[in-house]
Design a protein around this ligand. Sequence first.
Ligand SMILES: *Cc1c(COP(=O)(O)O)cnc(C)c1O
Length: 605
Amino acid sequence: MNNYGIDIWGDDNFIIDKGLVKLNYKTNPSLLEIVKSVRKEGNTGPLILRFPHIVQKQIDKLYSTFNETITSYAYDSKFYAVFPLKVNQFPNHILPMLQSSASLNYGLEAGSKAELLLAMSYNNKNSPITVNGFKDKQMIVLGFIAKNQGHDITLTIEGLNELETIIEVYQELNLPCPNIGLRVRLHSSGSGTWAKSGGINSKFGLSSMEILQAFEMLQKYNLTNALKMIHFHIGSDMNSISPLKKALKESGHIYVELKKMGADGLDSINIGGGLAIEYSQFNRNIQYSLKEFSNDVVFTLKDISEKNGVKPPNIFTESGRFIASPGSVLIAPTLELFSSEYNHSNIRLKEKNPPIIEELYFLYNDITKDNAKEYMHDSLEHLESILTLFDLGYVDLTDRSNAEVLTNLIIKKAIKLKDTKNDRELKILDDKIQEKYLLNFSIFQSLPDFWGIDQEFPIMPLTHLDKDATRSANIWDITCDSDGEIPFKANKPLYLHDVDLAKEEYFLGFFLVGAYQDTLGMKHNLFSSPSQVNIIFTNDEMKVESFIKSQSILDIFEDLDYDTTEIVDKLLSTTNDNDLKEKLEEYLEDNSYLKTTQIEERSSI
Ligand SMILES: *Cc1c(COP(=O)(O)O)cnc(C)c1O
């Protein structure tokens, strides 16, 4: 049975049991029962399930691994971590995460004024805030306000002009200066898709010359003690660790050089983010473990510090993807299987049919396990011929329709008769005989990284996992955009089940979507962010909490800065019928996702 690579990407967070995906935690609820309980309230569109316990598991793993390494190397400084807000700013992710990690002093990283204001509002007491990204005077003033409020805040400067502004604000406000960090532009760059975040041509950071200039400026204004941190970030989703090792050596030496020059307050290196997540359903891509990662960090920094006779730096990390992605699952209901339109009752044979149609009809009735492959081949060829004949005017629309229906029926029968996955020849046909699954969701809204950078996400049905999945699957979303498709790939094939949607629902889960997807998602065709819930366990009892309904159509108009009162007026004043008015009002308050009917009447699985 296909396990959809759960052993590769699942990290024991989910299990397959009795044909269902279940949470591998506490009462082991199936995702299906969670989804059903949320849909009972009429939420039939796509849904994001968040599991705060999985996020906490990642945080615990990060801290315990680093702390064990620090102990085993007798490393004489501490480990700190912050969550980079840009990875997921949604309250359903942030608030439970901050609550459950307070005792670890898990902090926040902000990269814009909006994120900084969020961090100042919600960061746990005694937890650090780090600030990266390009800063104007306002953002720097915010840093001083945060410091004044008692936050442990570090402003990492990306350029000398930012340091100039810090000094200017320091003199103007006459308030204690926040900690200052220097983002260094490393010679070494990262690996993977985001390698351009590091390296000598990187968009971010100070060159060696600028570091020297920055230090001189700090000395001149008696601010050397504010300099606390060296920062780098070599890119996201690093699949290999060797660029990190180089970056550690480089930044470690910058750290000791600055210490020797008299940077007495300097006590930390921030290694940025970049810890990878195994997204593939097919093969492992990550070439290191968290343990190796922490060993390399701690060992390298200890080695450099000892050789230079300085106290080793505190270690800060800003890994975001690693923390957030496993915690959210997107669920999308299947609306339609493309071939379901092709059923027996749609064959409209005439008194006299073209010979090819007669032949197709014969193939359809005569197909057996032994000739299935051959008949399928033949039918595909016949279909091609009929399409050509149609273009030339030799057959009519009924003939063409018969050819399409019969070919689809033959393919369906053949797949049932044969074991597709283990049949090499049949596999070659996969591409031609794929089934199209229309799903009630938007790829642009919910999987923007699939659309933008071809990021893989594990996909699996929530049910039927005790049955063979026989259809090579192509996934369509409901946007009117041909890019809203996850095509079947022969080298990374997705097989799904042949289901009768009139009898049962078929949900697909898209896993590891907790990082970056939520806020990168866009309202293409005006589809809003899906409804979302948090799944919480208290005393071994599961609770579905923090339901946030997908934005209504009126809200979206509002976001686009339409005058929504005007829209409502226009629509209602030109409709006389009260019934129709009510409908308009109701629909405006709802979202754009398709309302599936008969949910209650459909038998449960
Ligand atoms: C984006 C970013 C991170 C988070 O990176 P991940 O790959 O998600 O761990 C950390 N630090 C900085 C400065 C960033 O820009």
